[in-house]
Design a binder for this molecule. Structure first.
Ligand SMILES: NC(=O)c1ccc[n+]([C@@H]2O[C@H](COP(=O)([O-])OP(=O)(O)OC[C@H]3O[C@@H](n4cnc5c(N)ncnc54)[C@H](OP(=O)(O)O)[C@@H]3O)[C@@H](O)[C@H]2O)c1
Length: 302
């Protein structure tokens, strides 16, 4: 890329988005955040839709989405609709704006999740595995990925990269923020018997992967945003407990999560799939935290 490097980030105020924006600014990129809340260097979704992409936008990243694991929100039809619309509609709007822009950004990076792959105890999935709709999350992922589609003529100048992310592990948000206190108090442990896979990625690696997708012109299509060494839920709780120097033997029964979160949502923790980042590695991406022990040590070091 030549000239000014400006990235437009949907959901740039969130857990992943705020770390991404800081990393981009450190690297000299200009950053504009799309947010529902006003603020400096921000633009609202309505403003964006009426004015089009900001001038000189070289890359667009969408990280917007109603937090699925907000346990203060009941798993109602309305909440599910919000989870769905906040991802699909924002991604569709950005694809439309890219199609309409006279000067197109060179890349559009969008998110999806490993929920696209059906939980299985023996199968190994990579980016080439066939994905089918089998529950709410698999439909969400499929529609989310499809929402990023550009018109054919736009595709020749704007790459689309979709990151199917595992659980993002970082001190400032996501799953770790919810688990830190119970694990710190020695009350942590696996979910159920802990044998289910838990595809994961350290936040720093996910941010590097998004920037890698922005910078590398040969990268296109789906990349699995997961660490190269898969772990089970039990491996994670052992590693996290060990990093905190706390026992982590108290299991959280699946039925409790099913009752608290609703079975359809709890599936994200009670079941899992073995997902490998085959294409991500083949594209030349290098991980800073490839294994769960190193990732957990870094997270508790703050
Ligand atoms: N964290 C993970 O482990 C993980 C794993 C896989 C995939 N992902 C995906 O990655 C994306 C970012 O995750 P995150 O953990 O950073 O999420 P987050 O902290 O909850 O932030 C998401 C952002 O989305 C915006 N948002 C929330 N509800 C919205 C709505 N109804 N309409 C439009 N925008 C809305 C918010 O921005 P404003 O309030 O400023 O508008 C918020 O800052 C999400 O799409 C998530 O599904 C995350």
């Amino acid at each position: 890329m030549t000239g000014p490097l400006n990235v437009l980030v949907g959901g740039g105020t969130g857990f992943i988005g705020s770390v991404l924006c800081n990393a981009l600014k450190t690297k000299g990129y200009g950053v504009t955040v799309i947010s529902r809340m006003p603020g400096p260097q921000r633009i609202s979704w309505n403003e964006l839709l009426s004015k089009g992409l900001p001038k000189d936008t070289t890359a667009v990243v969408n990280l917007a989405g109603q937090n699925v694991m907000d346990i203060s929100r009941r798993w109602t039809h309305g909440f599910k609709q919000n989870v769905y619309n906040s991802r699909i509609n924002t991604t569709k709007s950005l694809a439309k704006l890219i199609d309409e822009a006279s000067v197109k950004p060179s890349v559009f990076v969008t998110m999806s999740g490993v929920g696209a792959y059906k939980p299985d105890t023996s199968k190994e999935y990579d980016e080439n595995s066939c994905i089918v709709e089998f529950d709410f999350f698999s439909k969400l992922c499929k529609d989310w990925e499809r929402a990023a589609a550009l018109k054919l003529e736009s595709q020749s100048s704007c790459r689309i990269v979709t990151i199917r992310s595992g659980v993002v592990l970082g001190r400032t948000g996501g799953m770790i923020r919810q688990l830190y206190l119970p694990f710190y108090l020695g009350l942590g442990g696996p979910v159920g018997d802990g044998s289910q896979y838990m595809p994961w990625i350290h936040i720093d690696d996910l941010i590097s992967l998004i920037i890698f997708a922005i910078q590398k012109p040969t990268v296109e299509g789906v990349l699995n945003g997961v660490a190269p060494y898969p772990c089970t839920n039990k491996d994670f709780s052992n590693a996290f407990g060990k990093a905190l120097h706390r026992p982590a033997f108290i299991p959280l029964p699946s039925f409790v999560l099913n009752l608290l979160l609703n079975k359809e949502r709890a599936v994200m923790m009670t079941e899992g799939q073995k997902v490998l980042p085959k294409k991500t590695i083949a594209a030349g991406f290098k991980y800073q935290y490839p294994d769960i022990e190193r990732a957990c040590k870094e997270i508790v070091s703050h």
